[in-house]
Design a protein around this ligand. Structure first.
Ligand code: TXA
Ligand code: MG
Length: 345
């Protein structure tokens, strides 16, 4: 299949909307990462998403809407707390898990009785949903297991020849995926940390829990993660990655010692760091993902940094860690998974 490269102008978005109505899959920018969209009401179209990504069929998709009217066809009931979160954070990087309405293809929800819904805050995503005239089921537009794409070029690296088209809307802003919150539990529970923090949610609806499984290896946590996607290896670069958990200046010396040891054994070694420390290391690739003082820049740059190690043929990667507060929770969740839970204390 030839993958068409589309721009964000009106003519191209109308064309992309027509492809979606015909049952094709199209990658498009959102404010978090690029998504791979298909008509959420068409089971055959949704099947194509799983085929293109190589995604396990027990991992449900998020349905993307452009208007609150679209909720009617998707969910049976909307608790008051969910309404308040929609008012506060939609459009934006927040996915709400709600009771699903009969008739939605089972592929979308992987057979679950609930559906994840979000209204993205990106003009191209909004226009595409409107032109398509249907809600879009859309996971991140990467091959399963790879870092999520934050540019159209990343999408093509993974999916060229496997999808009908990609709309190039430039680099995405937030950089990590939406926060997924289960609104069907007694106390709402974060199943995947993301662009909206627990603190932000609690300001609007009071106490919220976070699934303890998000930072643990599947099998080590007492309960399996409630978001099926959280149990798979994810976001992983090709090199073997380790997170080095040390505070302040000690981290540079600790990582440099590991780099020197591995280089002595003939490995190509990389360091994932921030602007504050980028000049302090000697390695085959020293990559900053942003400013430690401003965690939103780290979220924005994280996935592109992970992909850069692959382009440079790096075999071992040592990463600095971040405080697990605010947006740091989402950043550490992605890093820990990219590292396959390998951590040095
Ligand atoms: O920011 C985002 O959310 C991006 C953009 C494209 O919108 N999408 C995204 O989709 O990250 P995906 O498929 O890569 O991740 C969806 C996550 C998975 O962990 C999945 O298991 C979980 O949401 N999920 C979806 N529906 C669910 C449901 N009904 N119950 C529990 N977890 C669900
Ligand atoms: Mg994903």
């Amino acid at each position: 299949m030839h993958t068409k490269k589309l721009t964000a102008n009106e003519e191209d978005i109308v064309y992309a909307g027509a492809l979606i109505r015909q049952g094709e899959v199209v990658a498009f920018p959102t404010e978090t990462v690029y998504g791979l969209g298909a008509d959420a009401t068409n089971p055959h179209a949704v099947d194509k998403i799983f085929q293109a990504k190589g995604r396990p069929s027990d991992n449900p998709l998020i349905v993307h809407i452009a208007s609150l009217k679209d909720l009617e066809g998707l969910t049976r009931e909307i608790p008051d707390s969910a309404r308040r979160l929609m008012d506060a954070f939609w459009p934006g990087p927040l996915t709400l898990i709600l009771p699903k309405k009969e008739g939605l293809p089972h592929q979308v929800t992987a057979g679950l009785d609930t559906v994840g819904i979000r209204m993205p805050d990106h003009p191209v995503a909004r226009r595409l949903i409107e032109r398509a005239g249907v809600p879009l089921a859309a996971p991140s537009a990467n091959r399963s297991g790879r870092p999520s794409p934050t540019t159209a070029q990343h999408v093509l690296e993974d999916l060229e020849g496997r999808i009908a088209a990609v709309i190039d809307g430039g680099a995405t802003g937030v950089g990590v995926e939406s926060t997924v919150v289960d609104m069907t539990a007694g106390v709402p529970m974060i199943l995947r940390p993301g662009g909206i923090t627990q603190e932000q949610l609690e300001q609007v609806i009071g106490p919220v829990k976070t699934d303890p499984a998000i930072l643990r290896r599947f099998g080590e946590a007492k309960q399996p993660p409630k978001a099926p996607g959280m149990k798979y290896t994810h976001y992983a670069p090709q090199g073997e990655m380790w997170i080095v958990n040390r505070e302040g200046g000690a981290v540079v010396a600790a990582i440099q010692a590991l780099v020197d040891r591995d280089k002595g054994e003939g490995f190509r070694v990389g360091v994932l760091t921030t602007d504050e420390h980028v000049d302090k290391y000697r390695a085959d690739a020293v990559i900053s993902c942003g400013q430690r003082q401003n965690l939103s820049t780290i979220a924005t740059g994280l996935y592109a940094a992970l992909r850069t190690f692959d382009k440079q043929g790096i075999e071992r990667i040592y990463a600095e860690s971040f405080p697990k507060k605010g947006l740091g929770v989402a950043i550490m969740n992605r890093l820990v998974k990219a590292a396959g839970y390998r951590m040095i204390h």
